[in-house]
Ligand binder design. Structure first.
Ligand code: ZN
Length: 289
């Protein structure tokens, strides 16, 4: 090729690389954050009741560096390169040959695809494209954590809520700051109220608090009418996921988090997927925004 690469293509490649790195970081957050939170809750419960909880603290998000969960061998720099290292190592630890779950590769690929989409659909030279990139990265991370542990950690849901409100205030979003606040309130209430009624009527918990906070975070970015569509699409996706999971891959409730009823399906992945699907295929024809 004799011509210089067009700027658009360079942006897309750059966004893809950032997305792959974000996916790699997300894998670490998915692995470590629920353990960190569980350790903190155990210690707080123990302190409050005068207990003697002395389990050593699990790894935090920055120390120690990545290592194989099976043999504990620290990864060399090139083994931290997302996607490429997984393929080069054929999905196995270089030291002990233990299989690395395919989930790690899938997270990195999905995150790469999302960042590429954001850089294609929005102008990657503007902050808006990067807001939506980070927004999707948070949703993907939350969806996988919820699927594995039935937890939607506050640092991620509330962090996303504040990020969206600030982005609206800076004029980066299609919604005004006022619409963002209404979106957060409506998002919270459209899942809180049915859940509250369900609990009163049946005596069982249908929704967890994390679902309310996640919907508030989505509402802050998309506004009050769009967040209602997000709930409708999420409900349909939730039913599809429940049917799929019952047949092929039940979410694990053994990794910590709350004790949940057998056969229960987390709703967070459906909310996250619905919110992202509506970004890619917006219901503009409803024109209610
Ligand atoms: Zn190993």
């Amino acid at each position: 090729m004799t011509h210089a690469l067009p700027t658009e293509l360079l942006w897309v490649v750059f966004a893809g690389c950032i997305g792959a790195v974000a996916g790699s970081f997300a894998n670490m957050v998915i692995h470590r954050l629920p353990r960190m939170l569980e350790h903190r809750w155990m210690r707080e419960a123990s302190d409050a009741t005068g207990g003697t909880f002395t389990d050593p603290a699990p790894p935090d998000l920055f120390r120690p560096e990545s290592h194989c969960p099976t043999c504990g061998q620290a990864l060399r720099w090139w083994q931290n390169i997302p996607i490429v290292s997984f393929i080069a190592l054929r999905g196995r630890c270089a030291h002990c040959q233990a299989a690395i779950p395919t989930r790690y590769l899938l997270t990195e690929l999905v995150m790469t695809a999302w960042f590429v989409w954001c850089a294609t659909y929005h102008d990657p030279a503007q902050a808006t494209a990067w807001f939506w990139s980070v927004w999707g990265a948070c949703l993907i991370t939350l969806a996988i954590i919820d699927w594995r542990t039935f937890l939607l950690p506050d640092p991620l849901t509330l962090g996303l809520l504040w990020l969206s409100l600030v982005a609206a205030a800076l004029g980066l979003l299609p919604v005004s700051p006022t619409q963002a606040i209404w979106g957060a309130a409506v998002g919270y209430l459209v899942v809180f109220l049915p859940g509250w009624v369900f609990e009163r009527v049946t005596g069982r918990t249908g929704m967890a608090h994390g679902d309310f906070k996640l919907m508030a975070a989505v509402g802050a970015a998309v506004g009050p009418s769009q967040v209602i569509f997000t709930l409708l699409v999420a409900s349909l996706l939730g039913i599809a996921m429940a049917l799929f999971a019952r047949r092929w891959m039940p979410p694990s409730s053994t990794e910590g988090g709350f004790d949940v009823a057998p056969g229960a399906i987390p709703f967070g992945p459906a909310i996250a997927a619905a919110a992202m699907v509506l970004q890619v295929w917006p219901l503009d024809w409803l024109a209610l925004q």
